[in-house]
Design a protein around this ligand. Structure first.
Ligand code: GLP
Length: 250
């Protein structure tokens, strides 16, 4: 794992967006895995700005999102698909037919998403956030490391964390979601994890220094061969208290 610690989320997001722009322009990746939530909102804003400056084109890019809520109306502004259009897709030249989300049809054939990703050549670069309980995408604690795309019941802690997007009303937060599995995520050729703020410090500590087990889904990332972690100083607080790493502050 390469760990980079920045003074704040703004500077970290600038580094992340530059890495994405360079990867697309150098044609290192044709398939980009995307995350929703607050962590990458500024990164997506910077990608829009880069597109306006003609620094990047999304014309040939395919995107695969990590997850999607299930029990929510498709017109709701908090579906992850609507999130992506609101924050990025509607401003850039990505083609609608190149935008992919996990299947939300109730046919239990969710692993067709894994096959689709594989048939399209695999994910070149996957953006990941992390939940306060160590979840990645919506793979909650205790989810098997070998699982592919699947349906999941969200934990109370995740619904509490996400109620800020639903007028702070827990009852409005969906209970189920479809998520790429941990196996799906680990097959990505490169991964970026970003985390900002004190509320992520413990999850980041467990991801980097904790034992690798299913109590902390993100701990499996220690085994990925090509992963970069972008943190602000708050999210890095506990790993910095420990030891090492201090030589790597940007
Ligand atoms: C959410 C999403 C994840 C996201 C993570 C962190 O519940 N399912 O894909 O990366 O939890 O969210 P945030 O960036 O809002 O902190």
């Amino acid at each position: 794992m390469e760990i980079r610690i920045f003074k704040n989320r703004k500077i970290a997001s600038e580094a992340i967006s530059q890495l994405i722009i360079d990867s697309i322009n150098r044609k290192d990746i044709k398939n980009l895995g995307l995350a929703t939530g607050s962590t990458y909102q500024y990164t997506y804003y910077l990608l829009r700005k880069a597109y306006e400056r003609n620094d990047i084109s999304f014309e040939k890019l395919l995107t695969f999102n990590l997850d999607e809520y299930l029990d929510i109306d498709s017109s709701h502004d908090q579906t992850y698909k609507n999130y992506m259009y609101k924050h990025l897709f509607k401003y850039v030249n990505i083609k609608d037919e190149n935008v992919y989300f996990p299947p939300t049809t109730e046919d239990n054939e969710y692993t067709k998403y894994d096959k689709l990703i594989e048939n399209k050549g695999g994910i070149g670069l996957q953006l990941l956030g992390i939940g306060q309980n160590g979840h990645i995408a919506f793979n909650e604690p205790k989810t098997s490391f070998s699982i592919k795309t699947h349906k999941i019941e969200l934990t109370e802690s995740t619904r509490q964390a996400n109620k800020r997007f639903f007028n702070h009303q827990i009852d409005q937060v969906p209970r189920y979601a479809i998520t790429m599995g941990i196996d799906t995520i680990m097959r990505s050729k490169r991964i970026i994890v970003a985390a900002f703020g004190l509320s992520k410090a413990q999850a980041i500590y467990r991801m980097i220094k904790g034992p690798i087990n299913e109590d902390c889904p993100a701990s499996i990332l220690q085994k990925h061969p090509n992963i970069k972690v972008f943190l602000d100083e708050d999210a890095a607080q506990l790993i910095l208290k420990g030891d090492v790493l201090n030589d790597n502050i940007n």
